[in-house]
Design a protein around this ligand. Structure first.
Ligand code: PLP
Length: 399
């Protein structure tokens, strides 16, 4: 007999998958040009030129045994050293190669951290709205998952609500900024408030409460907004980074964990991370991609393309009367369902060919997520549909 929990996870189609299937069916019925798929967070901006050059250069090597061979379980030592030095140069930290564990994206980074830290009875807290897989990863690691409601005015952290959920069993919290699904970037004041809570609760309960900072969207910010480096605010921080969005490489599965050099017993934590990587089989992240990202540490995605999309969709939808959270980062717009029921809203949207994701699984059931990492042209063509959908609601709500 198989594990029923795993069977359930594997059998239940995600809302996003459902939308994808629906989109294919609808395209066959009405034509692909009348289906506007905003469901997936798959970057539409091509990888920076540096990635193509690095792959070409590596492929030109005569002896490919190194390129395609195993690296150390935690990643190639030279790659880890360069990653650490790049972080130090950018954020003033003092990391070494042995602070870094290369992973298959942020998903594996998170899973490894959660498994490395969890002992029986532990709990992790995150803040709504949140990436739904946090629940899956946390529970699979054997910990209890709790969600603090967000601050409604600006979708940042409600410090009081977060603090109220932390108790003697809390092993850590997971923060994600720039945020999927809201696009919000937490301000320095918000970060300081959260870190002060973690300091005081750690003291109160006599053990460190870890901060897991999930940062796949770190490089995707608009208008000079700064994403603070959380290790510089709180010693017991683990950063989960990914090149999926920053270098448009989601299918290549590459990222890393960085353990703060100021963390309590940081050697112990790093060893536990290596152990969790080993136990989960997450050893030796794809070697070729390790060498590629090493060559592209300073490369940036085409932020202008995402910014132009953000401006187009945000300005148009607010003009049509939608209530939107203004995103400073990532490539998502979180919009309030007129009427407040996002399941119903997303269902109605389908009639107009609009595929958007209801917010229930993100911990915000009144909202829906629009992933604008799509062509500018498709956004332009979709706007009349958004306008008609709003008009339908206006009529219904008035009548
Ligand atoms: N964390 C967040 C907030 C995400 O949005 C995603 C992917 O969309 C991940 C983690 C997983 O990223 P990766 O593709 O690097 O595993």
């Amino acid at each position: 007999m198989y594990n029923s929990k795993m069977h359930e996870l594997g059998s239940k189609r995600s809302v996003i998958r459902e939308l994808f299937e629906f989109g294919k069916k609808r395209a066959a019925e009405v034509g692909a040009d009348k289906v506007y798929d905003f469901s997936l967070g798959n970057p539409n901006v091509p990888a920076p030129e540096c990635v193509r050059e690095a792959i070409a250069e590596l492929n030109a090597m005569k002896d490919t045994t190194l390129l395609h061979g195993y690296t150390s379980a935690q990643g190639d030592a030279g790659v880890r050293k360069d990653v650490a030095e790049y972080i130090n140069e950018r954020f003033g930290t003092a990391l070494t190669a042995d602070s870094i564990y290369m992973t298959v994206g942020a998903a594996a980074a998170l899973t490894i951290c959660l498994n490395a830290l969890t002992v029986e009875g532990d709990e992790f807290v995150t803040v709504a709205p949140y990436f739904p897989e946090y629940k899956v990863f946390t529970e699979a690691a054997g910990a209890k998952f709790k969600v603090a409601p967000m601050r409604r005015e600006d979708f940042s952290v409600d410090a009081g609500a977060l603090s109220a959920l932390i108790n003697e069993h809390t092993k850590g919290i997971i923060l994600n900024s720039p945020n999927n699904p809201s696009g919000v970037v937490y301000s320095e004041a918000c970060i300081k408030e959260v870190c002060a809570i973690l300091e005081s609760k750690s003291k109160e309960y006599g053990h460190p409460i870890y901060l897991i900072s999930d940062e796949p969207y770190r490089e995707l910010v608009y208008g000079g907004v700064e994403v603070k480096y959380l290790m510089n605010y709180y010693a017991n921080t683990l950063v989960c980074y990914s090149y999926s969005k920053s270098l448009s490489l989601p299918g290549e599965r590459i990222g890393y964990i960085a353990v703060s050099n100021r963390a309590e017993d940081e050697r112990g934590i790093y060893a536990a991370i290596c152990g969790a990587g080993r136990a989960l089989g997450y050893v030796c992240a794809p070697s070729m991609m390790q060498y590629v990202v090493r060559k592209c540490l300073r490369a940036k995605p085409d932020i202008e393309a995402y910014r132009a999309n953000r401006d187009l969709v945000y300005n148009a939808l607010t003009e049509f009367g939608y209530e939107c959270v203004r995103p400073d980062g990532a490539f998502y717009l979180f919009v309030r369902a007129p009427g407040g029921d996002s399941d119903e809203f997303c269902e109605r949207a389908k009639k107009y060919g609009l595929l958007i994701v209801p917010g229930g699984d993100f911990g915000a059931p009144e909202y829906a997520r629009i992933a604008y990492c799509v062509s500018h042209d498709m956004i332009e063509r979709s706007l009349p549909a958004f306008r008609e959908l709003m008009a339908e609601y206006a009529e219904r709500l008035q009548g």
